[in-house]
Design a protein around this ligand. Structure first.
Ligand SMILES: [Zn+2]
Length: 406
């Protein structure tokens, strides 16, 4: 017997092939032991509903879609930077903010001073806000320690939050996030510490699902990034990359060369870099929140991504500096309005493609039998509405890893 079964649902399976949104009308969805046991037309059910499941529920025509996945966040941190935002709004320049003690350095200092429990208490309401939108899976990066103990504390906090909240948390080690001279005295020595000490130790503790780096004129060079990636590869870890956000540093091609799960931002990525990504299966993660808040003017080359066959995911980039996001679903209309994604691409970007960007497509991201039961019920007329309403969308039921909250 299945645990529960929805009848009379409209399904946006987000599977590729069977038409837009993978729609099935008059659909049914059955769940057993945390996994999808059946998804398809009600007429194809292998028996009478009452004989199939303990708990049979009418969906009354509601839409069922895969639970959203936030595949790029820096959501564990201490302190916020609203004062800095206010300064910028009043016309302050980068140097003014830096002199006032702002920028990433402010977050690093606050995060270094916070205990593991304090990091958890600070991040919990942010994660709960995402979960209220039905989010089932969140990627969480380290990168505000820039030294071993704090990087480790951030990753431990991320893992504990996942267990406490019943959320699937994918951790990414981002020691190579920044190297400001006031915090990392010797960049070369810091890089050696990342490669020779941090990655081996954190990987052996099971705290790292992937390794990321910030390849940019203001952070790490392509050569330095490659050193980090070689170390990740040696420990059997997949990589991701903050690439080509401010300038074309060849980040897209570098990510592809290392078979990266994703390359993220990509506003300045080249055609050759995108072609390499498509060939390597590296997903482009688009981050409209940071683009909006930084008042960037050059959107990522979405038309070129389509032309080259690059998969596109969408994420919140939740972080205290450039994207203080407390919503993933808000990123859907923003991705459409600012970057020109179609509503279907935007929804795929936080479901199927976000799962792919985390190496989790076999587990979640579409409604398919055998996958984890991660789905939401929406009281809407069509799934395109998820990319249309600007904020405050709430599902009427949420199922995460088979745990139904309705
Ligand atoms: Zn980021």
């Amino acid at each position: 017997m299945w645990d529960h079964l929805w009848l009379g649902a409209r399904l946006a399976t987000m599977r590729e092939g069977p038409g837009p949104y993978g729609v099935i009308i008059d659909g049914a969805l059955g769940v057993k032991d945390g996994r999808i046991a059946f998804v398809g037309p009600e007429a194809d059910l292998p028996g009478r509903p009452a004989d199939l499941a303990h708990d049979v529920r009418p969906a009354h025509g509601a839409w069922v879609a895969p639970a959203p996945i936030d595949c790029h966040t820096h959501i564990v941190f201490a302190g916020e930077r609203a004062a800095e935002f206010e300064m910028r709004a009043a016309g302050a320049r980068y140097e003014d903010i830096h002199r006032a003690g702002g920028g990433i350095g402010a977050t690093v200092r606050a995060t270094r001073a916070a205990s593991e429990n304090e990091l958890i208490d600070a991040a919990r309401p942010r994660l709960r806000a995402l979960m209220a939108e039905g989010v089932s899976t969140v990627e969480i990066k380290s990168g505000y320690g820039l030294e071993f103990a704090t990087e480790r504390r951030m990753l431990r906090a991320a893992r504990r939050l996942g267990r406490e909240l019943g959320l699937r948390v994918h951790t990414t080690f981002l020691g190579a996030h920044a190297a400001p001279p006031s915090l990392v005295k010797d960049k070369a020595a810091y890089l050696t510490e990342i490669v020779e000490e941090m990655i081996p130790a954190l990987a052996s503790e099971g705290l790292v699902d992937a390794v990321d780096a910030f390849c940019e004129s203001i952070a790490f060079t392509p050569e330095e990034t490659a050193r980090v990636f070689e170390a990740a590869r040696k420990h059997g870890l997949r990589v991701k990359l903050h690439a080509d956000q401010i300038s074309d540093r060849g980040g897209a091609a570098l990510a592809a060369k290392f078979g990266a799960l994703s390359a993220d931002h990509l506003e300045h990525a080249s055609a050759d870099g995108l072609a390499a990504m498509a060939k390597a299966g590296t997903v482009a993660v688009l981050l409209p929140g940071a683009y909006l808040m930084l008042r960037d003017t050059r959107p990522p080359p979405v038309a070129l991504m389509r032309e080259k066959g690059v998969r596109m995911a969408v994420a919140s980039d939740a972080n205290p500096g450039s994207s203080p996001a407390r919503s993933l679903l808000l990123m859907l209309p923003l991705a459409c309005a600012l970057f020109g994604l179609t509503p279907e691409e935007a929804l795929a970007g936080v479901t199927r493609e976000a799962a792919r960007a985390l190496g989790l497509l076999d587990e979640t991201g579409t409604l398919e039998a055998g996958k984890s039961a991660d789905y939401c019920l929406w009281d809407i007329g069509h799934p395109r509405e998820l990319s249309y309403w600007l904020g405050n969308m709430r599902p009427q039921a949420i199922c995460r890893m088979g745990q139904l909250d309705a």
